[in-house]
Design a protein around this ligand. Structure first.
Ligand SMILES: Cc1ncc(COP(=O)(O)O)c(C=O)c1O
Ligand SMILES: N[C@@H](CCOP(=O)(O)O)C(=O)O
Length: 466
């Protein structure tokens, strides 16, 4: 498979280069040159297979001949052996037509592990083959960071620098990033928001001298490999519930639009999906965009679902590229508008196209708490505040009550114990492998929201370990 940039002016790359490149050199995001289409028979044939087997089948066309089939199967098997559930992402029925897809059985208790455990190994495979080393820079609102640190810790071919917003992640999330004692891991608390962290990372990639000098690599969902890995569980869940002969829907708690874009990818590969619900917290830029057609940035608000306290939703650009006829210049025009006036308006036909597949709802903190409480009372299950956003948002926008709605349970409740305790009066405990998290010493630097200062800190650290 070859990959093109959403802005149309970066080199066309193969899988290996796309994995290592992260952001395209024109500032855009890489997408496959064409979508591999699975026939209905091929999709039916996924039902009942192991997660690992389905993953290899879905990933193979994207990886192409960059990695041999046997090597890919071994990497996939090794990645998902780290999960605490044999099904990797089990489904739990919560109502007549409602299911939770539990995505939090990986090492760091959030859905990010599903892609990150694979990506760490893919980087290792490719870098070892090439005899190269990279400097990973990532931005996190809490979950990507710990998943990336866990996936890359002690890997000889990578240094990892994770930028997170100081004071805006949960204590569990922070400690998961700051207590890992590995020489190649560096947690940086930035005095700013997640959007600031993400824009610092993009600015480092757009500084080509720094990017090439440091040999930067990305682990955020700007990296195509993240999205492709997340597309797999849309297939396992849908086929377990009768797809492709039965249509299903998904409700997806959304921040950076990576996870829900992976669902869209599954539809482009042939999976019949009735609707994809964009579930946002009070940071409702995407819900407003679907309603009005205008993507207009506001200020970030702190919520009980901090991992989704995001305004600049990176992967929306990938959807724009698709609904604007894959016209890179047109996407660049919208992105220029966003840069200049903090807003852009989708052309009518593009908005119609988005609305064919996507619905959206936003959920405030009171509804998050009420939803955690209700689900707990009705089912005995404890959900985290992000999952609650998805469960609540689906209520208002469901197209057909008989179509199974699969709610993505993105994080373990123990990552956000304060919110969960407030709702249920019970404090969720951490699983045994994290039981001593609060006793481990923390290690992090606090830096201003300043590109030069951050580049200098990264440069010095890399030079000192070279
Ligand atoms: C727990 C949790 N839920 C949902 C999201 C939203 O995912 P995405 O950014 O892929 O839209 C994130 C991160 O953004 C998260 O960490
Ligand atoms: N919620 C995310 C934000 C970054 O998203 P990504 O999917 O682009 O890595 C986080 O937890 O960091």
């Amino acid at each position: 498979m070859r990959y093109v940039s959403t802005r149309g002016r970066a080199p066309v790359l193969g899988f290996e280069e796309v994995l290592l490149a992260g952001l395209a050199r024109d500032g855009g995001l890489y997408v496959p040159e064409s979508w591999p289409l699975f026939s209905l028979d091929e999709i039916s044939d996924l039902a009942g297979r192991s997660y690992e087997d389905v993953a290899v089948r879905i990933l193979a066309p994207y990886v192409g001949d960059a990695i041999g089939k046997d090597d890919l199967a071994a990497i996939v098997a090794d990645a998902y052996a780290t999960f605490r559930h044999k099904a990797v992402v089990p489904l739990v029925q919560t109502g007549a037509s409602d299911w939770l897809m539990e995505l939090f059985h990986g090492p760091t208790l959030a859905f990010k592990d599903v892609a990150m455990q694979l990506i760490g190994r893919l980087f290792d495979h490719v870098l070892t083959k090439r005899g190269e080393r990279v400097t990973i820079v990532g931005a996190t609102s809490g979950d990507t960071g710990s998943a990336a640190i866990e996936a890359f810790r002690d890997r000889a071919a990578a240094d990892v620098f994770i930028l997170f917003p100081h004071g805006r992640v949960s204590e569990v999330q922070r400690r998961q990033m700051t207590t890992v004692d590995a020489p190649n891991v560096h947690a940086i608390a930035v005095e700013g928001t997640f959007d600031d962290c993400q824009s610092l990372v993009k600015a480092m990639f757009n500084d080509h001298a720094f990017r090439d000098g440091m040999r930067l690599g990305a682990v955020n969902s700007i990296n195509w490999a993240r999205v492709m890995a997340q597309a797999v569980y849309y297939f396992t869940a849908a086929t377990a519930l009768g797809a492709p002969s039965r249509c299903v829907s998904f409700s997806v708690p959304t921040g950076n639009f990576g996870d829900i874009f992976a669902g869209y990818v599954a539809t482009r590969m042939g999976l019949p999906v009735e609707q994809l619900v964009i579930a946002t917290n009070a940071n409702d830029i995407l819900a407003r965009t679907i309603e009005t057609g205008t993507y207009s940035m506001g200020e970030v608000v702190k919520t009980l679902s901090p991992s989704m306290d995001i305004q600049v939703s990176s992967n929306f650009e990938r959807l724009l590229f698709e609904v604007m006829g894959r016209d890179g210049a047109a996407v660049q025009g919208l992105m220029d508008g966003l840069q200049q006036s903090r807003a852009f308006t989708l052309p009518g036909p593009a908005l119609e196209e988005v609305r064919r597949t996507f619905d959206a709802g936003s959920v405030d903190d009171d509804r998050i708490l009420a939803t955690i409480r209700r689900v707990h009372a009705e089912t005995g299950l404890t959900i985290d505040p992000h999952t609650a956003v998805g469960v609540a948002a689906a209520v208002g926008v469901r197209r057909d009550p008989l179509t199974p709605m699969i709610h993505l349970a993105c994080a373990h409740p123990a990552k956000f114990p304060d919110a969960v305790e407030k709702a249920t009066k019970a404090r969720p405990g951490l699983p045994p492998h994290l039981a001593d998290l609060f006793d481990r010493p923390e290690r992090m630097s606090v830096l201003p929201n300043d590109l030069a200062a951050i580049k200098q800190a990264i440069g010095e650290k890399v030079a000192s370990t070279a």
